[in-house]
Design a protein around this ligand. Sequence first.
Ligand code: 5AD
Ligand code: SF4
Length: 491
Amino acid sequence: MSDQNQKINEFLETMDLNEPAPAEEPARQFYFIKKARMLVAKQEAQLGHPLTFCVTTFGCQMNARDSEKLVGILEQIGYKEEAEEEKADFVIFNTCTVRENANQRVYGRLGQLSRIKKRNPHMLIGLCGCMMQEPEVVEKLKKSYRFVDLIFGTHNIYKFAELIATRLESNRMVIDIWKDTDKIVEDLPSERKYPFKSGVNIMFGCNNFCSYCIVPYVRGRERSRNPKDIIREIEMLVADGVVEVMLLGQNVNSYGKNLDEPMTFAQLLTEIEKIEGLERIRFMTSHPKDLSDELIEVMGRSKKICKHLHLPVQSGSTRILEKMNRRYTKEQYLDLVERIRRAVPDISLTTDIIVGFPGETEEDFLETMDVVKKVRYDSAFTFQYSKRTGTPAAVMEDQVPADVVTDRFNRLLKEVQQISAETCSVYKDTIQEVLVEQQNDHDPHLMTGRMSNNLLVHFPGDLSLIGKIVPVALKECRGFYYIGEITESVQ
Ligand code: 5AD
Ligand code: SF4
């Protein structure tokens, strides 16, 4: 039994279900874990088989981390993981709503599930995440998707055990959505997807209000976690075999501003770097307007911070950037890139770009293409603008016609792909340190690992290498990844 499980079981022993639930967290949730365990065991005895779950995650790394928390709680309650959604007794969709097509996918999947639930009436369906923070979505679910059992949002995910217990006892649709919160609950169970790497939330929410973006409305105001809690979590992860952490926040560069004792992100990184046994530090996402010289300096001298920076530009046109409320100009962005490259010469830069923002002209679009050509990103996520109800951009005039957006999108994609194939190839014949992540999906003789700059490399090896950092000679570049061979040491 893992340390975490042993501690949880010892704590659960002390809980008396004949007493009312404690008011304070996380004790209250442990009470409900114990209660739900009992209810699940009872149902298992009635059905004559173990109960299973399947969590499907849409969207970003934040959601992926939240799903690990959901899985941790489900496993504590006694559910076993089932890879195939159709076979699971409890299906959970952790949703994203950043673009409209993410919502459409969820409705489509729900339609399929409703047919399965007709055949298997004791199946439970839970929905959570960003999409549930939109009141119109919840109204639609209440009206047309009555077969859904449990709906909750982004602020109260820590209450999952309590919500499951409520659903198991009540037999009716349970809905619990909070508009916002200033609460951060620590120390609940969580089950990592990978034993050797983990996401670590350092802050929640966002205060930027970019005019196209729904995130501030669904993830609430910015709240930083206490540095002591972050360090303690990473130390525990390292003791449990983790060598790489990804620090997560919507805008990590403004970390610490609202703490009782304010602290900068660069200072936090400096503290995390001191943790012995931790080999690699990544972080996501950086807003260019808040990226400080102090951070550039820390990245320049760090031995553990990976040589990769995701720096969303969104548009290359200063006029559009202003309408987007990004609070930097094209020139300021390019200057920032230059300063970063000077301090960290071999850094890999990636970005997010939106095409077709309201009012975007051909000239504006060409400014974006110009930034792409000047920066030469290692890779870029390109998106067609998607209108999100409630955001300022949704009511802006001059929405760009769909065919114009598609045409610009295709031209941008071609440029981005051409450049990233060229930038990827520069590492050929070098030796790089690679964290071995998994067996190759297509060829069991190959292992797949990630370099500090986030590029993937496949090379002959075996399962014993997983979680280790090894030197790999890069033999052949195949566009976005390498084929290599383990070698003696790094040059
Ligand atoms: N339309 C298209 N793309 C969007 N993004 C955020 N909101 C929208 C929208 N309304 C993109 C941004 C952001 C990434 C996570 O998603 O590029 O950086
Ligand atoms: Fe992540 Fe934003 Fe999507 Fe929520 S809406 S899952 S925060 S990308």
